[in-house]
Design a protein around this ligand. Structure first.
Ligand code: BES
Ligand code: MN
Ligand code: ZN
Length: 502
């Protein structure tokens, strides 16, 4: 993990990163945004003009430096008095990605508040990512991510600035965990190895001394205790299913929330086999589980005074003579029966089990659950509706949703509210069971949300996050987002916990 430093002193790093904007009314007029540093702007602007620089987002222009080997200009877009934090986060992330192969990089961008420093540091850390674990002979040829990040700012000695730098490293570390788990091939990431990797991460985060506790259900316990969703989805695979629970209980806390993430380590579609083209992306079908597990560890590392229970129902959805057949009926934890009309609508089945268990544990005794959030790569319909970069939020509680959406504004993750229209619920009725696992194809994302809603008590604030598109970047890298696992939802879950523990 890259280190983050703050300074108000001289530039001594290998590379200097500076912002480059353009004037709204005259896009050909470039503006250098160098924060606390003063540069010879006239000369630089003339060279940048000759090179055809535009100052647009995701543009990186590198020149030989004077005090540094290189000076890199990162696009900020339209010139602003105050740049939105996400603009700074993306610009520093794009530079950080582009500068892989260099070691120490100085970032001098406008830092008019602590949040700007936080955003620059976070973007730089998030852009310094690579996944080379499975490279053999081509590993040596890979450029190493930058390892020393220095943010130039007048606030360098402020306590809040130092805390922001520290937080950026923690956020970077746990985003890396999410991305690594997503990128890891299903040959190596099975339900069992997922629990092992998370158990190791829990130990590294301080284990019981940090208020963390892990519980794991194996396939026998799942079957015996009535987890028909996880069991049914996992029964076609040689790699048996698991249920993973991480609880974080600080010594003092006022509120308690549960996070539940879909953990399908590979979704072949089961007997409703998916087409071969694009099936490889289904190694990312455990992105929700990775996000909720990493989020609770980040929250524990930040020592937030809020109790969080993270749950990951883990299974591999495969094809075999033991796989669930279309028309099979399963019993979800708690007793509701589901007719599995389509084994490819498996995420809602494992989530129904885990949500039911999370609610049972969360509401046991005198402890009360203040809210529950599930995170899932649930439907292709999500991608059709909102594209690959905007996730959906569905809810039974508008206040909870508004609180979450405010947190996403801070984290810079794009989420958009979607409805749960009551009239679509009837399409999930089954002639033989309590409900079916598929309904109307039109509005498929909402139908999936309505399926889950059936397992949530109406007095419990609940959010359903469908991250199907944004979890896995099959396009090109942009801003601080690499190709492959993106880590989406983790940062918003952490920011929400920060806001709720205030
Ligand atoms: N994991 C998929 C959803 C998905 C699709 C995630 C594309 C990421 C990218 C999910 O299990 C699935 O197969 N959903 C079906 C549901 C349908 C059978 C009702 C879908 O969306 O086609
Ligand atoms: Mn599926
Ligand atoms: Zn799936």
């Amino acid at each position: 993990m890259a280190k983050v430093h703050l300074t108000d002193g001289a530039v001594t790093q290998d590379v200097l990163v500076i912002g480059l904007a353009f004037k709204q009314a005259h896009p050909e007029k470039l503006v250098i945004e160098s924060g606390v540093l003063t540069l010879d702007e006239k000369t630089l602007l003339s060279v940048l003009g000759d090179l055809g620089a535009t100052g647009k987002a995701d543009e990186i222009i590198k020149l030989p430096g004077t005090s540094t080997r290189l000076i890199a200009f990162t696009g900020l877009g339209v010139e602003k008095k105050k740049y939105p934090h996400e603009v700074l986060r993306r610009a520093s992330g794009a530079a950080s990605r582009d500068l892989a192969g260099n070691k120490s990089v100085a970032f001098s961008l406008p830092t008019d508040d602590i949040e700007s420093i936080a955003a620059i540091a976070e973007g730089a850390v998030l852009g310094a990512y690579s996944f080379d674990e499975f490279r053999g002979s081509t590993k040596a040829a890979q450029r190493e991510p930058i390892s020393e990040i220095t943010v130039h700012t007048n606030f360098a000695t402020k306590t809040e600035a130092k805390a922001a730098a520290k937080r950026a490293v923690i956020v970077g570390q746990y985003t890396t965990l999410v991305r690594d788990l997503i990128n890891m091939p299903p040959s190596h990431l099975t339900p069992t190895t997922f629990t092992q990797l998370i158990s190791q991460a829990v130990t590294l985060a301080g284990g019981s001394a940090a208020g963390l506790k892990v519980s794991i259900w194996d396939e026998k316990q799942l079957k015996a205790q009535g987890f028909g969703g996880i069991t049914g989805v996992g029964q076609g695979s040689a790699n048996p299913p698991r249920l993973l629970h991480i609880s974080y209980t600080p010594t003092k806390y006022k509120k308690k929330f549960a996070y539940v993430g879909k953990g399908i380590t590979f979704d072949s579609g089961g007997l409703a086999l998916k087409p071969a083209a694009g099936m490889e992306a289904m190694k990312s079908d455990m992105s929700g589980a990775a996000a909720v597990c990493a989020a609770v560890l980040a929250i524990a590392t930040l020592k937030l005074p809020i109790a969080i229970d993270s749950w990951a129902p883990l299974a591999e959805n495969m094809v075999s003579d033991t796989a669930t057949r279309p028309s099979d009926i399963i019993t979800i934890y708690g007793g509701k029966t589901v007719e599995v009309l389509n084994p490819d609508a498996e995420g809602r089945l494992v989530l129904a089990d885990a949500l039911s268990k999370a609610i049972e544990i969360g509401r046991k005794g005198k402890s009360t659950l203040d809210g529950i959030i599930d995170v899932a790569t649930l439907t292709g319909a999500q991608v059709v509706a909102l594209g690959t970069r905007t996730s959906a939020v569905m809810t039974n509680d508008e206040n909870f949703s508004a609180t979450f959406l405010a947190a996403t504004q801070q984290s810079g993750e794009a989420f958009w509210p979607m409805p749960l229209p009551e009239e679509l619920r009837a399409s999930l009725d089954s002639p033989v069971a309590d409900l079916a696992n598929i309904g109307d194809r039109m509005g498929g994302m909402l139908v999936a949300g309505l399926f889950l809603k059936d397992f949530i008590p109406s007095d419990l604030p609940w959010l359903h996050l469908d991250i199907a598109g944004p979890a896995y970047n099959e396009g090109t890298a942009h801003g601080y987002t690499p190709v492959g696992g993106t880590g989406i939802a983790m940062r918003s879950l952490v920011t929400l916990a920060e806001n709720l523990s205030k």
